[in-house]
Design a protein around this ligand. Structure first.
Ligand SMILES: NC(=O)c1ccc[n+]([C@@H]2O[C@H](COP(=O)([O-])OP(=O)(O)OC[C@H]3O[C@@H](n4cnc5c(N)ncnc54)[C@H](OP(=O)(O)O)[C@@H]3O)[C@@H](O)[C@H]2O)c1
Length: 233
């Protein structure tokens, strides 16, 4: 069974997500205070976003002691809420198995070396495999449900991870905090980074669940994803 998936993002009016030039004081609060109002058993981010929370140390991993099997590892730990990272090549290093109050789960492909698995086990970080070379995101969600009892996941970005789940048709709701700024930086990630150019893919449609004006000039828009959409143009 798949958990319910809500993607939550803070975006500029032109869809950019990096706040480098937005100039807000307390800039974390716009994302975090709204995120806290979305009950979820786990939040999930891409490798680039998680590197803001994982170890800042350069770990030089020793050669593997043993050839650990490429099977899922559920760490023995008491937490019931989780921080999940899509990290196919094992690029995040950990000093602890927690981000804030959440237990870390690494989502890997089988191309990660055994010494990286030993690093994760040495820190008691859980890990699951989502595919041999490429990730099957539906399988990843199923494993999060079945192994960790995660019933609702909040996907917190960045744009590439959001785009992958959107393309796979796995997002149920989209929660957008629309910041009153135009960013305009060409090449900076946007809310959904799916693929370059126009092919046969159609855009995803949403239906509004609610709209609230917050922090004076921000909008918090909650959308439901339209499944099996029919285009009528
Ligand atoms: N405004 C907001 O609400 C908000 C929220 C979150 C993040 N951000 C910002 O967004 C920026 C990062 O966004 P981003 O789009 O560049 O990166 P991202 O989505 O955080 O991470 C992208 C990486 O995740 C892995 N990945 C994602 N989907 C995958 C898939 N389907 N299969 C395999 N690997 C997959 C890949 O890792 P590898 O490269 O290792 O293969 C990929 O390069 C940061 O500046 C962050 O601060 C903003």
């Amino acid at each position: 069974m798949k958990p319910y998936v809500i993607c939550h993002m803070l975006g500029s009016v032109d869809g950019r997500i990096k706040q480098d030039i937005w100039g807000f004081k307390d800039h974390h609060k716009y994302f975090e205070e709204t995120a806290e109002k979305i009950p979820a058993d786990a939040w999930l981010v891409g490798r680039v976003t998680m590197q803001e929370f994982s170890s800042k140390q350069e770990y030089a991993l020793p050669p593997a002691q043993e050839d650990l099997p490429k099977t899922d590892f559920v760490a023995d730990q008491p937490e019931k809420s989780f921080a999940v990272v899509i990290d196919p090549a094992g690029k995040c290093f950990w000093d602890t198995n927690m981000v804030s109050t959440e237990h870390v789960i690494e989502v890997l492909t089988e191309k990660v070396p055994a010494n990286y698995l030993e690093h994760l086990r040495s820190k008691n970080v859980s890990y699951i495999f989502g595919g041999k070379e490429e990730l099957d995101l539906a399988l990843v969600l199923e494993k999060l449900h079945d192994l960790f009892n995660i019933k609702t996941v909040r996907i917190d970005g960045g744009g590439h991870v959001n785009g992958s789940f959107l393309k796979a048709g796995l997002i149920d709701e989209f929660s957008l905090v629309l910041a009153p700024v135009a960013d305009g930086t060409i090449g900076s990630p946007t809310v959904f980074e799916v693929e370059e150019g126009y092919g046969t893919r159609q855009a995803t449609h949403f239906k509004i669940k609610s709209v609230d004006r917050i922090y004076d000039d921000f909008l918090w828009i909650r959308y439901e994803v339209v499944k099996n959409q029919q285009t009528d143009w």
